[in-house]
Design a protein around this ligand. Sequence first.
Ligand SMILES: [Zn+2]
Length: 276
Amino acid sequence: MVRKKFVSGFVPPRESSGPPWWFAFRESNLLVRREADAVTLPCMADLSDLGLVALESHYLGQMGEKGCYAVGLADDALPPPGMSFEGLRQIYGLLDEDLFWVATRAVQIVQWDRTHRFCGCCGLSLRMKATERAKECPQCGLLHFPRLSPAIIVLVERGRELLLARSRHFPPGMYSVIAGFVEPGESLEEAVMREVKEEVGISVKDIKYFGSQPWPFPHSLMIGFTASYAGGEISRDDSEIEDAGWFSGDNLPSLPGKISIARKLIDWFLAKQGNL
Ligand SMILES: [Zn+2]
């Protein structure tokens, strides 16, 4: 996924070219204005014009002419008239797609700022670095960068069938492709082989990169792959997986929403089979 409209930045431009977009969060919920069948973001010189107090503010970069700012609000902040706080999953498809993906950056920066206040080594209060998006400890110098957890996600194919599994955490009836966090010291390909083996007991080969997607729930980076079945019978890991099986395009269970790379992988497979 490459988005050309947004240019990441750390230092705001000296001269602003009009009011910026405000990505203001109460916990992980974004402040939006509700319209008939869409939502929009506040765009004004200062968020205080809405009677809101920013606990912290981070310049994220430029969307065309407009600056983009991530803002954390108090947990008891009230939405101004005509506005509401919404979870990002709830507004996918309602907010402009480019702004939506900037919002996924914004929520992670705000949450990082909130949850990284003290040095993990010596316990002192951290300070924001002036030259890059990081916090540093004034005593021991340890740097704390925004937290990012890489996770692999893989579509395994066997002829005209694909492997789908049901995690215990999924909504009722929904199945998806296999995913899991990368372990320290592991390559992405090793993570793919390990996760598929651990979760459903099969071996894979021909691992190919598919694409990647930020997944801000709360701070993952999903790295997508396709792979082919290489051997073994499906045996579930009971702690994680409730059910798993081989499915063909004309016999599919409920699938993840269009927001996810999981669905992009499945749609890619179905299109290849002529089922989409
Ligand atoms: Zn320290």
